[in-house]
Design a protein around this ligand. Structure first.
Ligand code: PLP
Length: 451
């Protein structure tokens, strides 16, 4: 593979076109432009096959929280592979890496979230959650309590279950989803949907849709509500402050299991270990992945409360993945958490990186195209608009300007994503103020080129 890394770019692109099907990629664009080949990475910097140095404003896919190139993780992986490359935790076996990681997650997770079911990523952790929460209610003698409420524009993964829980209509359309028993309420996206309502009032209104939906379905039929503390792939939609406390009140009042999907928000992204802490949420289940291993190994987890674990322990939960708690992935995740903790990376976010990024990010508001700038710790978005006061969309198809801006960023060696006409970033948490300056300079240059 290292040899292949030295093949000419054109040859690698030809192999890519001949044999590789890409996730979430526009086929026409890919055929025209070819894929950019990433060769190596260190810190917040990627290197491509033409020798360009690219600043990674997305930490891969929101996951490389500790930055690239940490040898400690490679060393731990090699050691674990030599000692025990694989064993499972099915049928009354276990192994130390899974246990050590489960104990660490129980320690880090708030409240009584003390029990861990491992997966290989966020999507299949959410699949686990669907089966787990329905099994929980069935075990409690309420099998009819099986509806899960989610939100439009949520992203919970790409498996059948993850896509069904997600609220991306384009994804539902491919494959006849969602599965039965998933219901949706609107997202708390004030910029697009808030109209004349003040953000705080709008946050309450959107949260109260949950109560209305529960009453429409029947409170004795609702199993759970799931939400990302900050909708990430939906465009970094930071909810008004009033939103989550009202969701919490409603879940408490109706006895509904509250699942926070911490796949992006977890492990320091919003300035605390978990987004639930930043927004004052007390979940019964958390979904984790991405920052759990900083992306160095594929691993995810559903972390559940004492009560849920106790009920489940009364049954055979006929569910599990060959790689649940994979020893190499678990050992690498544990080492990643050690680095996050010992190097006080969450403290770096709180005290240095997030305040500096906020100041620079909100500085983009003086740009003629930028209508709204939102930030939660180290995830941020701007809404592009031709008319700030009217919060107007562009006359062209939605997303065209965002796509042009994304392409300009790509050309200017900064990775940013667009979601429709929102531009988003989520850089490695270890980014320094000097690197933030470079990121913002390149973002501004790219925005200028869209004028
Ligand atoms: N949940 C959230 C909030 C996500 O952002 C993602 C991925 O972006 C997922 C779940 C799916 O995780 P994975 O791609 O690891 O399956």
């Amino acid at each position: 593979t290292t040899m292949a890394n030295h093949l000419p770019t054109a040859e690698l692109q030809a192999l890519d076109a001949a044999h590789h099907l890409h996730p979430f990629t526009n086929g026409h664009e890919l055929a025209q432009k070819g894929a950019r080949v990433i060769k190596s990475a260190k810190g917040v910097w990627l290197k491509d096959s033409d020798g360009n140095e690219i600043i990674d404003g997305m930490a891969g896919l929101w996951c490389v929280n500790i930055g690239y190139g940490r040898d400690e993780l490679a060393d731990v992986a090699a050691r674990q592979m030599r000692e025990l490359p694989y064993y499972n935790t099915f049928f009354q076996t276990t192994h130390a890496p899974a246990l050590m990681l489960a104990r660490k997650l129980a320690e880090l997770a708030p409240g009584d979230l003390n029990h861990v079911f491992f997966s290989t990523g966020g999507s299949d952790a959410n699949d686990t959650n669907i089966r787990l929460v329905r099994t929980y209610w069935a075990e409690k003698g309420q099998p009819e309590r099986n509806v899960i409420i989610s939100r439009w524009n949520a992203y919970h993964g790409s498996t059948i279950g993850g896509t069904s829980l997600g609220g991306m209509k384009g994804m539902h359309g491919q494959g006849g989803l969602p599965i039965p028993g998933i219901e949706f309420i609107d997202q708390p996206n004030w910029w697009v949907e808030g109209g004349d309502t003040a953000p705080e009032e709008f946050g309450l209104e959107r949260a109260r849709q949950l109560e209305a939906k529960i009453n429409e379905i029947g409170p004795d039929k609702v199993a759970a509500f799931i939400g990302e503390p900050v909708q990430g792939a939906g465009g970094v939609i930071v909810p008004p402050e009033t939103y989550w406390p009202e969701i919490q009140r409603i879940c408490d009042q109706y006895g509904i299991v509250l699942i926070t999907d911490e796949v992006i928000c977890g492990f320091g992204r919003t300035g605390n270990w978990f987004g639930s802490q930043t927004f004052g949420i007390r979940p019964d289940i958390m979904t984790m992945a991405k920052g759990l291993s900083s992306g160095y190994q594929p691993i995810g987890a559903s972390v559940v409360s004492d009560e849920i674990a106790q009920v489940l322990s009364g049954t055979d939960f006929n569910h599990g993945y060959t790689y649940s708690g994979h020893p190499v992935a678990a050992a690498v995740a544990l080492e990643n958490l050690r680095i996050l903790e010992e190097e006080n990376i969450v403290g770096h976010v709180q005290n240095v990186a997030a305040p500096y990024l906020k100041q620079k990010w909100e500085g983009l508001l003086d740009h003629p195209l930028v209508g709204e700038a939102k930030i939660a710790g180290m995830m941020a978005s701007v809404a592009l608009t031709p008319d700030k006061a009217a919060r107007a969309p562009f006359a062209s198809d939605p997303g065209v300007v965002g796509q042009i801006c994304r392409d300009r960023c790509f050309a200017n060696n900064v990775i940013m994503r667009h979601v429709g006409d929102r531009m988003i970033i989520s850089p490695p948490l270890v980014i320094t103020p000097d690197e933030i300056d470079i990121l913002i300079d390149r973002a501004r240059l790219s925005l200028d080129e869209c004028l």
